[in-house]
Design a protein around this ligand. Structure first.
Ligand code: PLP
Length: 502
């Protein structure tokens, strides 16, 4: 069933409103000589809507209200860190000196922007304990790809081309195995134990058995996508390093660690950051993102370029001169120019506003908020791993004795209460998973309101399960055929043009 096309609650297409002769603009009288228009480009058969300015404004404002966003309400979408995006970042990004800078401008004409990127590289390195950082990757997944290519090239340079296996725990984000495959390496999945940690026996078996010489490294998320800090992380790192492999940390969950635990100091070799998660640059509407990568001394020369470096300590004004540099053995460029500069700018503003103690507080409040929700909700829903969590935690989305109600139904019903549903059915190793990440930007009243909604939904599941099974009741569209919606995207709603000759 695809209700999108037929639901009356949806507003009409802009093509269906208006009337002949209505117009949204008044052009001034022409005060230059009229020129001939290229007639071959002119057509009068385009079904363009004729609408007034107010109608257009209302149309698009109403459309924007159909959308859900962090500015509208609580958005506990686990793993995605949907925190508030401070408006001061947007002010910074709109400063004309930055916004109007052309990417091909001479380096000497972009010193302010380059200073900003240089500082950001340094701060990201400082926050996570890495030696060097490249800002170029455009997303977490692209940062992963860069990281795994660096590991591959490192082994090639060591004369160990046979090292092509990357170990990946079964709780991993789907991008991890996809990255490994795209980099031409092989994935070897590792099971998790009943604590939610990587099973050390399986890890030892892989690293000390006959595959030992083929181990290129391991990708691991800390805290894991279960929201749990990997309590045996020192052993994990040692075992992989002893086998000659390198350690990749998926840093998408840095909101639980920033300025508290430094992955570089834990002895990770490489990590990506999601500036659009941890560092509050906007996401959720499809990008653009930024997946900067940090590395230790070993991989420094392999970073994707360009990175910003000081090329002359002081020019005549007394300021250093910044330039773009390609690291000696760089894996090359993976994105045009220097990556998504607008995101670097927002992340820079974010870190500047908070400062080092503020950044640490962000982490602390994120972890506090998650544990507050966890402690409240575990009274009503099953918590498969009863441990303190990082910045997020997983519940099982069902209610005792009500078999027909699933995580999906609970999620849909939450929409009626005005909340964005949590991530559901991920991580894959928890049945009916609901992955809940409140972030540090929510106040206690909003967390309590969410708890109350979750408790009422559990009650409704027992007394009136149909209410959940048919939810949402208040959204502009009801249950969609999500599989078909992904496979048959309708990206354009322009009515069909009359066929030629009609
Ligand atoms: C979001 C996420 C990624 C991928 O990041 P993108 O920017 O969406 O490509 C990878 N791993 C984890 C754990 C994530 O949460």
């Amino acid at each position: 069933m695809n209700e999108l096309a037929s639901t009356p609650a949806l507003q009409p297409l802009i093509y269906d409103i208006g009337a002949p002769g209505r117009i949204g603009v008044n052009l001034p009288d022409c005060d230059v000589p009229e020129a001939e228009l290229p007639t071959e480009l002119l057509r009068d058969d385009l079904p363009l809507p004729e609408v007034g300015e107010l109608q257009v404004v209302r149309h698009f404002v109403k459309l924007s209200h159909l959308n859900y966003s962090i500015d509208k309400g609580f958005y506990p979408l686990g793993s995605c860190t949907m925190k508030y995006n401070p408006k001061v970042n947007e002010d910074a990004a709109r400063l004309p000196g930055f916004a109007q800078l052309h990417p091909l401008i001479e380096e000497t004409g972009a010193q302010g922007a380059m200073y900003l990127m240089y500082e950001l590289q340094g701060w990201l390195g400082e926050i996570s304990g890495f030696e060097a950082v490249s800002l170029t990757p455009a997303a977490g997944a692209q940062g992963e790809f860069a990281g795994i290519l660096m590991i591959r090239n490192y082994h090639l340079d060591q004369g160990e081309a046979q090292r092509d296996i990357i170990l990946v725990p079964n709780s991993a984000h789907g991008t991890n195995p996809a990255t490994v495959t795209m980099a031409g390496m092989r994935v070897r999945e590792l099971p998790s134990n009943d604590q939610g940690n990587v099973d050390l026996d399986s890890l030892r078996a892989a690293c000390q058995g006959e595959m030992r010489d083929q181990i290129a490294g391991m990708m691991i998320t800390v805290p894991s996508t279960l929201g749990l800090f990997e309590s045996t992380i020192h052993d994990v790192i040692d075992i992989v390093h002893d086998a000659g492999g390198l350690m990749y940390m998926d840093g998408a969950n840095m909101n639980a660690l920033m300025a508290v635990v430094k992955p570089g100091e834990l002895d990770f070799d490489v990590m990506h950051y999601n500036l659009h998660k941890t560092f509050s640059t906007p996401h959720g509407g499809g990008g653009p993102g930024s997946g900067a990568v940090g590395v230790n001394e070993k991989l420094k020369d392999y970073l994707p370029g360009p990175i910003v470096d000081i090329i002359e300590e002081e020019d005549e004004s007394g300021a250093p001169l910044y330039g773009y540099a390609m690291p000696a053995k760089s894996i090359g460029r993976i994105k045009a120019f220097q990556g998504n500069f607008g995101m670097h700018l927002r992340a820079y503003a974010y870190i500047r506003v908070y400062g080092d103690t503020g950044i640490r507080d962000v982490t602390r409040y994120a972890v506090l908020n998650a544990n507050y929700l966890r402690a409240k909700l575990m009274k009503t829903y099953k918590l498969p791993y009863p441990r303190y969590c990082g910045h997020e935690f997983v519940l099982e989305g069902h209610v005792d004795d009500v078999e027909e109600v699933h995580a999906l139904d609970i999620s849909k019903r939450l929409m009626d209460y005005g909340f964005h549903p949590p991530t559901n059915y991920f991580p894959l190793i928890v049945p009916e998973a609901l992955l809940i990440e409140p972030t540090e930007t929510e106040v206690k009243e909003d967390l309590d309101a969410f708890v109350e909604a979750m408790e009422r939904i559990a009650e409704e599941a027992r007394t009136d399960p149909e209410l959940l099974l048919n939810a949402p009741h208040t959204a502009p569209v009801r249950r969609l055929d999500e599989v078909r919606a992904v496979k048959e995207l309708i990206l354009c709603c322009v009515p069909a043009l009359p066929a030629a000759g009609d």
